[in-house]
Write a protein that binds this ligand. Structure first.
Ligand code: PEP
Ligand code: MG
Length: 324
């Protein structure tokens, strides 16, 4: 599949109407990094750090993490990498952590909630990241931020970590960008001040969709009832795009849907200009975007809405069929 798209690998995902969409890749292991070259991704839009914690039977040491993150940055060779801090708890239980007995783990004590309540691990991770950067730029993203204050508190931890590292005589990153994942509907309605303060946002569509439709992402029976191109969900994503545009907040989409060409096309049509996906999806997504006219896709979406369609997918599929 990679060979099939080799001819466009080093070309931008530029649409027929002249919009350029940045395509980045999701990763979580050192072994994923070679795909950065092979896929033509512009960077790592989501590095899931929890995998390193899940594959061991004891808490990794700071020095080990720091060495690993440094190798990730080395392998990226100057392309940007967004490190997402530990996204665990509830269902993703670390073997060496006391499991919680929670009735609704997906709505439970997870991700940033654990990070803020028990900051030891998050502080260790931030230190490891700062040391790994060793003077290079560093980008950190916090998972599952549901309200403004959680971002502010997490951001303060980054600042404290930087001060501590400076005091200890470590080289600080050339610049530090701090962002949040938007994966609960509540964050889309945060005060404008939040959008102004946050360095960037990335839509975690897997979680966002499950909370938007109240349909467990792990439960096939309910998950498949609700399509990403449902008008309600698409309007919601569009609202997030508009809020970010008002405050000049960089926005990306890093859930699985970003790697599905038809979904990616619709996201681009409603204004998303950065998508992060598994490496193998970059070729197919880029190929479709390069053949598409977003003005036309926008019109197809608008007409479908006007007619009262529940879902824009049938109209988009008809349109794409006519394109051939
Ligand atoms: C998401 O929720 O869309 C996401 C990218 O994070 P994860 O799949 O790791 O929860
Ligand atoms: Mg998520």
């Amino acid at each position: 599949a990679v060979e099939r798209y080799a001819s466009i690998r080093d070309k931008p995902a530029e649409t027929v109407c002249g919009s350029v969409v940045g395509l980045h890749m999701n990763a979580g292991l050192m072994a994923d990094l070679p795909s950065l070259q092979g896929s033509g991704a512009e960077g790592v839009g989501l590095f899931r750090t929890e995998l390193q914690f899940l594959v061991r039977n004891q808490m990794p040491r700071r020095s080990e993490l720091s060495a690993l993150y440094a190798r990730v940055l080395d392998a990226a060779g100057g392309k940007p990498v967004i490190f997402r801090t530990l996204d665990i708890g509830s269902d993703k239980v670390l073997p060496y952590m006391k499991p919680n007995d929670e009735p609704n783990p997906a709505l439970g004590w997870r991700a940033i909630r654990v990070g803020l309540d028990k900051p030891g691990v998050m502080r260790m991770q931030l230190q490891a990241l700062i040391r790994a950067a060793d003077g290079r730029p560093l980008t950190v993203m916090f998972p599952f931020v549901a309200q403004y204050e959680e971002y502010t508190l997490a951001r303060a931890e980054v600042d404290k970590a930087l001060e501590r590292e400076a005091r200890l005589g470590h080289v600080l990153p050339q610049k530090v960008e701090v962002g949040a994942m938007l994966e609960t509907p509540s964050l889309a309605f945060a005060p404008t001040k939040f959008f102004e303060e946050v360095g960037f946002l990335s839509i975690g569509g897997n979680d966002l969709k499950q909370f938007f439709f109240a349909a467990d992402r792990e439960n096939e029976r309910v998950r498949r009832r609700y399509d990403t191109l449902n008008v309600s969900f698409l309007s919601f994503i569009e609202r997030i795009v508009e809020r970010c545009a008002q405050t000049d907040t960089p926005l990306s989409f890093c859930g699985e849907d970003a790697g599905r060409p038809v979904e990616a096309l619709c996201f681009a049509a409603i204004g998303l200009r950065r998508l992060s996906m598994r490496p193998a999806s970059i070729g197919p997504v880029k190929s479709l975007l390069r053949r598409s006219n977003l003005d036309e896709v926008r019109k197809v979406i608008a007409d479908a809405r006007h007619r009262g369609d529940m879902n824009v997918r049938p109209a988009i599929m008809d349109y794409l069929r006519d394109q051939k």
